[in-house]
Design a protein around this ligand. Structure first.
Ligand SMILES: CSC[C@@H](O)[C@@H](O)C(=O)COP(=O)(O)O
Length: 351
């Protein structure tokens, strides 16, 4: 049985409150878009694919509660609510891409004279309800393509040791995970020697969530502090790094959890292959290079406090960007559900 971060059944939406993990497994109800926005903003749900799925499902919950007098009204409400959901966190692109596609769908459905407002609502909801299964299937393909790409670099039947950052597992997606899915796939094939995960300051997605998933899945693994990455690459035989992405742009530059760029620089120095694992829903072709990506800055309190307790000196100001951008030149390959691409190959792909 895998972890179930998102429960959606009979128009009821619940999420596992990731702020309480690993100490407590508590589900909270999402009763509509306002709840969805708050859960995303407060990081009770986080991880680019999970944010998109929860945000869009929160809209479904709300649409099912209301009556609409005509299709234009339904289209306008959908457009406004999606815009609002996208505003919860700016860097992860999956929810923006989903919102754009769904806004177009609502526009087309509203223009279709052969369908009623009720039929429009049904078709729109069906499109959102297909997202979880697609995410799961995409993640399994990412896992398999990624495992092959890593193993192809090493002698036949040898085992590999991987490093990952942040949380990209079941908890960051609907299920299975992206970068952690690659590690999971290597483990399932009996080809994983060991996985290392970073703590991922300041929110500790690695220590709290990835470590929890690795233990849960009985994957041989070790937790390190973020600042141990250089030492790890010097002292242990690391076969590859695999991380997720919040936004991959047209030239292959990739925004991911703060600290990813440092790991990529260190990997280059130590000649360790550095992979990004992400579904096509994380690829933003509208942005040419990483300079244009909006990086979310989170409150100082996430750096100065831990579980409500001040750990930093009183009065010190903080700079707390949630993400950084790894230049394409440091990325060996981008693992997607359709295969593995060099960063410079992205621009020729049809999304
Ligand atoms: C499959 S999740 C990929 C990324 O979203 C993940 O690595 C990450 O950076 C998550 O950041 P978070 O701030 O926890 O939402």
């Amino acid at each position: 049985m895998t972890l179930e971060p998102i429960r959606y059944k009979n128009n009821q939406l619940e999420i596992l409150d990731q702020l309480l993990l690993p100490g407590q497994s508590k589900y909270i109800k999402i009763n509509g878009v306002e709840d969805g926005w708050n859960a995303i903003r407060n990081m009770q749900v986080r991880g680019a694919p999970a944010i998109a799925i929860v945000g869009c499902l929160s809209l479904v919950v709300e649409l099912n509660k209301q009556q609409f007098s005509n299709k234009d009204e339904l289209r306008d409400i959908i457009g406004d609510k999606l815009k609002y959901l996208v505003s919860a966190r700016p860097t992860a692109v999956n929810i923006k891409i989903a919102a754009d596609e769904l806004t177009n769908l609502a526009g087309n459905l509203s223009k279709n004279e052969s369908i009623s407002v009720e039929e429009m609502r049904k078709r729109f909801i069906a499109a959102i309800e297909s997202m979880p299964e697609k995410d799961l299937n995409d993640n399994k393909s990412i896992g398999d393509h990624g495992a092959k790409a890593v193993l192809d670099l090493y002698p036949k039947n040898s085992k590999v040791t991987m490093l990952t950052h942040c949380n990209t597992g079941s908890l960051a997606t609907y299920s299975y995970g992206t970068a952690l899915g690659v590690i999971r796939s290597l483990h399932a094939q009996g080809r994983l020697e060991h996985a290392y995960c970073t703590e991922t300051r300041p929110y500790l997605q690695g220590a709290r969530l990835t470590a929890y998933e690795l233990v849960y899945e009985k994957i041989p693994s070790t937790l390190i502090v973020d600042s141990a990455v250089s030492a790890l690459m010097k002292e242990k035989k690391i076969s590859g790094v695999v991380v997720g992405a919040d936004r991959v742009v047209a030239n292959g530059d990739t925004a991911n959890k703060i600290g990813t760029y440092t790991i990529a620089v260190v990997a280059k120095y130590h000649n360790v292959p550095f992979f990004v694992a992400a579904p096509f829903t994380s690829i933003d072709m509208n942005i040419k290079s990483g300079h244009e990506i909006v990086i979310e800055e989170r409150p100082d309190k996430e750096t100065t406090h831990f579980q409500g307790l001040r750990i930093a000196a009183e009065g010190i100001p903080c700079w707390n960007p949630a993400f950084d951008v790894t230049p394409a030149s440091l990325i060996t390959g981008i693992i997607t559900e359709r295969g593995v691409f060099r960063p410079d190959e992205l621009k020729d792909l049809r999304l």
